[in-house]
Design a protein around this ligand. Structure first.
Ligand code: F0G
Length: 347
C-alpha cells in the first residue's frame, strides 16, 4: 500500500487528493549491535531513509506536498535545496506531470543529487549564494508567481514526514527512548516530534521519545542561538545558517526534554565511516550526524547507556560518492596476475 494510503487517516487527505506514489516510506529499521557496543549503548536501531525512491527522507514530505499541489490545481512547483529536496521535488513533479523549478547553491550540492534533478527534468538554477539565500528567493517567487513552494515551509511537507515516526512505532510497538537525527532547515525534527505526539495522543505509545538533534559545528545556528552568515560543513546537506523551522525545533527539543547540539566534521566523518564499516549501512555524510552526536553525548555522560536509541539516516551514501572515495588513497592498478594481487593483499 502507498504511504499516503497507509496513513490516510493521519494525513490531510481528502477524496480529491491523488494518492500518487513511487513506493516511498516503509524504510527498514536496522538493528546495529556492533555500533551500539562500540558506542556503549544497550540498543541502537537505524531508520535507513536512504532506501526511499530518490534516496532520502524528503520523499515522504514531497509525495504529500505534490499530491496537495495537484489537488489545488497547481501547474508548477519550486524549491530551494542543498540537493535532496530538489531531487525529490523533481521526481514527484515528473510523476504527477508538473513542472519543477529548483534553486541550488552553486558548487555546494553532491553530484548524485544534481544528476537526479537533471534527469527527472527539473529546471535547475544554481545561484552564487548559499541555501539560505536560495530559500529567500523561493519565498519571493511563491509570492509573485502562480507556483507552489515545496520547501518545508509548506506544511504538507511536514505532514508527510510525520509518517516516519508512525513507522518506527508501528515496528517497535512503542516509541524509542530517544531519536537521534541531523538538523539542517529543521523540518524533520519538527515532523518527527509532531508524529510521535500524535501517536501518543492516540494511545499508540506509552511515552514520548527525547529528540536529540545535531547540527554540524560550522552550521550550528540553533546551538549558538544566532544565524550563521557563512555556514560551512562538508556535510553539504545540512549546510544551513538560518533554519526555517528554527522555533519548532527548539519546541521539540524543550517539550521532549532532549537537546540540540553540534558535532564537528571530523566526528561526522568518523560516524559515517563506522556505520558503513561496522554495520554495512552506507548513508550520506550529513546523515551520520545523529550517530556522531549520540557518541558525543554518551562520552559526556549525557545520554544513558541503558536505553533504546533510534538514529535516523536521512540519505543514501551513493548521493555523494566523491567524498567517500576521497577518504581513501586511490587503488594503484597492478598486472592481472595472482602474484601481483597477493602482493597488494599482503598474503
Ligand atoms: N539529512 C539530509 C541528507 C538532508 O538532505 C537534510 C536536509 C537534512 C538531513 C536536514 O533535514 O532540513 O529537515 O533539518 N536537506 C534539505 C535539502 C535542506 O534541501 O535537501 P532538515
Amino acid at each position: 500500500m502507498s504511504l499516503l494510503a497507509r496513513y490516510r487517516d493521519l494525513l490531510p487527505i481528502t477524496d480529491a487528493t491523488p494518492l500518487i506514489s513511487l513506493a516511498e516510506g516503509n524504510t527498514p529499521l536496522i538493528a546495529a549491535p556492533r555500533l551500539a557496543r562500540e558506542l556503549g549503548v544497550r540498543e541502537l536501531l537505524l531508520k535507513f531513509e536512504g532506501m526511499n525512491p530518490t534516496g532520502s527522507f524528503k520523499d515522504r514530505g514531497m509525495v504529500m506536498a505534490i499530491a496537495k499541489a495537484v489537488e489545488e490545481g497547481a501547474r508548477s512547483v519550486v524549491c530551494a535545496s542543498t540537493g535532496n529536496t530538489s531531487a525529490a521535488a523533481a521526481a514527484y513533479a515528473a510523476r504527477a506531470g508538473l513542472e519543477a523549478v529548483v534553486i541550488v547553491p552553486a558548487g555546494k550540492i553532491a553530484l548524485g543529487k544534481l544528476a537526479q534533478a537533471l534527469m527527472y527534468g527539473a529546471k535547475l538554477v544554481a545561484i552564487e549564494g548559499n541555501f539560505d539565500a536560495a530559500l529567500d528567493i523561493v519565498r519571493k517567487m511563491g509570492d509573485s508567481y502562480p507556483i507552489t513552494v515545496v520547501n518545508s515551509v509548506n506544511q504538507y511537507r511536514i505532514e508527510g514526514q510525520t509518517t516516519a515516526a508512525y513507522e518506527i512505532v508501528d515496528v517497535l510497538g512503542d516509541a524509542p527512548d530517544a531519536l537521534c537525527l541531523p538538523v539542517g532547515n529543521a523540518g524533520n525534527i519538527t515532523a518527527y516530534w509532531l508524529g510521535f505526539q500524535r501517536y501518543h495522543q492516540r494511545g499508540k505509545t506509552t511515552h514520548l521519545p527525547k529528540m536529540l538533534g545535531f547540527q554540524a559545528e560550522g552550521a550550528s545556528p540553533i546551538v549558538r542561538g544566532s544565524a550563521f552568515d557563512k555556514p560551512h560543513t562538508l556535510a553539504t546537506a545540512i549546510n544551513i545558517g538560518n533554519p526555517a523551522s528554527w522555533q519548532y525545533a527548539v519546541s521539540a527539543r524543550d517539550e521532549s526534554t532532549g537537546c540540540i547540539d553540534c558535532v564537528s566534521d571530523d566526528e561526522i566523518v568518523a560516524a559515517w565511516r563506522d556505520l558503513a564499516r561496522c554495520e554495512g549501512v552506507f548513508c550520506e555524510p550529513a546523515s551520520a550526524a545523529g550517530v556522531a552526536g549520540l557518541r558525543k553525548l554518551v562520552q559526556q555522560g549525557a545520554a544513558p547507556p541503558d536505553a533504546r536509541y533510534v538514529a535516523v539516516l536521512t540519505g543514501h551514501g551513493l548521493k555523494d560518492p566523491g567524498l567517500a572515495v576521497e577518504q581513501f588513497s586511490p587503488p594503484q592498478p597492478v598486472p592481472p596476475s595472482m602474484t601481483a594481487i597477493e602482493r597488494v593483499l599482503g598474503w
